[in-house]
Every structure is written in C-alpha cells, then in structure tokens.
Design a protein around this ligand. Sequence first.
Ligand code: SF4
Length: 382
Amino acid sequence: MEDYGKFPGIYVHVPFCRRKCPYCDFYSITDTNWLPAYFDALMGEIRMAPQPPGPYDTVYIGGGTPSLLTARQIESLLEALFKQFEIAGAAEITLEVNPGTVSAEGLKRYRAAGINRLNIGVQSFNDDMLRFLGRIHSGEKAGETIRRARAAGYDNIGLDLIYGLPGQSTKAWHRDLCLAMDFLPAHLSCYLLTYAPGTPLAEQMNRNRFTPLDEETRREMFLFTHDFLLGRGYEHYEISNFAWPEAGRSRHNQKYWRHAPYIGLGPAAHSYFNHRRHWNVSSVKQYGDCIISGKLPVEASEDLSVEQEMMEAVFLGLRCSEGICIDLFETRFGINFHTRFHDVLSRYQAAGYLSLAGGHCALTRNGFLYADSIAEALIQLI
Ligand code: SF4
C-alpha cells in the first residue's frame, strides 16, 4: 500500500464564495473585491512561509470556492508553488470546483496548468435539497459541470454529496447516489448533514423552523450508503469517504488522517509539522496586512504533547477503514496498545463494533455509527 504519510502536502485556502451556504462553518467571504489583494498576499506568503522538507506529493486548492479564481490566477499560483516548494513530478494536484462557477474553457485551462484532480461540490442532484442547502446551482448544472470536467480531460474526479436532510428519505438519497454513479466518479465524499453551532442552519433548527431527520433514519442512511457503494465496487476507506480501490483515494486527505506533515497557505489555513500546529488569521484584511508588513499571518500555534498526538492518532485512525496500525502506534508512543486499552477494546469487540485483526484496530461497518463515542472511550485511557 502506498505510504501517504511519508511526504508532506500543501493546502491553499481560497476564502471566497458567491453566497454563504447556511450550514457552512468554513471561513469564506462573499465580497470578491478583496480577491486581488488576497491573491497578492498569497503570493507573498508562498515566498515567506516556513516549510518542512520536501518533496511534496500533494497540493490541494480548497475553500471557499477556488473555481472563483481565474485560469490565469491558478496558473500563477501553481507556478509560484512549483518555484518555492520541491513538488514531486507525480504529485496529486486537486482543485475544488463548485457548479455554477466554472466554464468549459476555464476547466481546460486549469487542466493545462497542472490540475490533475477535481473535487466537485455537487451536494445533491435534487433541486429541493439544493435549495434547502442554500446552494447557487441546480442538479442540472451539477451534471453539466461534471460532463464539462470529463470533456476537459479529467479522469480523476471526486464528488461531494450531503445526505440526511430534513424530510429526505433513504429512497430519495438512493436516487442521488444513482445519479452520481452515472458519472463514474473515482471518489465520493458522502457527508451526513451536521448543524454546526453558530451557523444560520443551526439557528433555524433551534427556532424550530424545521425538524431535523431522526437519528434512526440517519443511521439507516449511513449503512445504506456503505452497502450501496460497496456493491458498486467502491471501498469505504474513511467514515465519510469512498473510492475506487486505492487509485481513487484522496492522497491529500489521507495525510490529515494519518498525521503526515502539511503546510496550509491562505487565511484560516492550518499547518502541521514537527509536532506543532499553527493556523493563519481568519480575515482576508488582516492576512493581507500581515504580509504587507513582512510578518507571517499566523494567528496562533500549539505544540502537541505526546498525549495529544496519541489522542489524535486514536480519533483519526478510527475514522479510517484500516484503523490504527498497532505496531506503528506502539513504536511511535512507546506503549503496549492491548494493555493500555484492554477494557474498552474487549467491550466494543464483544458488541461487534471493533475488530482487532491483522495487527489493526478498526471499526466495523456498525462500529462506524459510534465512532465518536468509541474514540472518546479509548481517549479516556490516555
Ligand atoms: S460554497 Fe462551500 S465553502 Fe462556500 S459557503 Fe458553501 S459550503 Fe461553504
């Protein structure tokens, strides 16, 4: 199996959107008048950011809506990254694209500039669901964007979908999945809708403007998604992510789940290397001001203790289908895994939620439903 944790990755945050979706808690703004100043500052940060040694084998341009950048800006961005960082020849270079923000010509030029993987924010093909989510596109527009991407020469395409919406049935979700299958995506992220505190959607829910889907139906939909996509030849390689066996996996996202080093550029972007995490200011203006005055736009940083890294390794490891590699965990943290976690492991193994086979501690299909509480129980023992 490819070692996704060996090399560092680069994340670039593009904090602009046409309109804010009411469920979203990512940092982005809708005033694109700030885009030129942001872009100049980003070029400055690329020149001055400290970096772990390369080669870097992934670049992920996310957001926000990176497809609001012009093809010329994507070309300049990649040129600057290639100049400043040692990027491997076969690097995975992903661009997030939202339907309704990109032309056929733009997609071709992104491809020519070096983008070799697209992640398209479809969310749903159902117009009622898209309206509820506050998206700017229709199901038809989503399909058109995927067709354009194929015509532009992208063979590595991932689609983001959201399910578990108020009033949505498993049958309606099945229809969405079938429509997604028509496009043969190499990768599918299927996110159960969550109501992040502070978002407009969470506020609407708290004011009883709608009734969220009950937990039992959400669980049923999660298991349905697993069974349906495995039946179509996908692997369920992370709790919300499915891919064509190994080739379709997001190499970049696996770096986050496997504690590999990465550098984040742009407002609100996080970096992690040398046991330290730091994150940039969540303000385009402050970001630009820092770069103009020759300062790194870092808001704060934290040095992770051994215990914190162990907790993260448990939490993130359990989200992946391969789970926690017990040998690696013991070598890294100098503990005996079975002795330390014995009580919790046997309890959840007996319940059929955990498997301890082949030197890995992994959640089962049903165990994924309780990933957070199982991780929490293990973390209590750290
Ligand atoms: S387009 Fe994406 S990043 Fe922008 S507001 Fe919507 S969910 Fe958030």
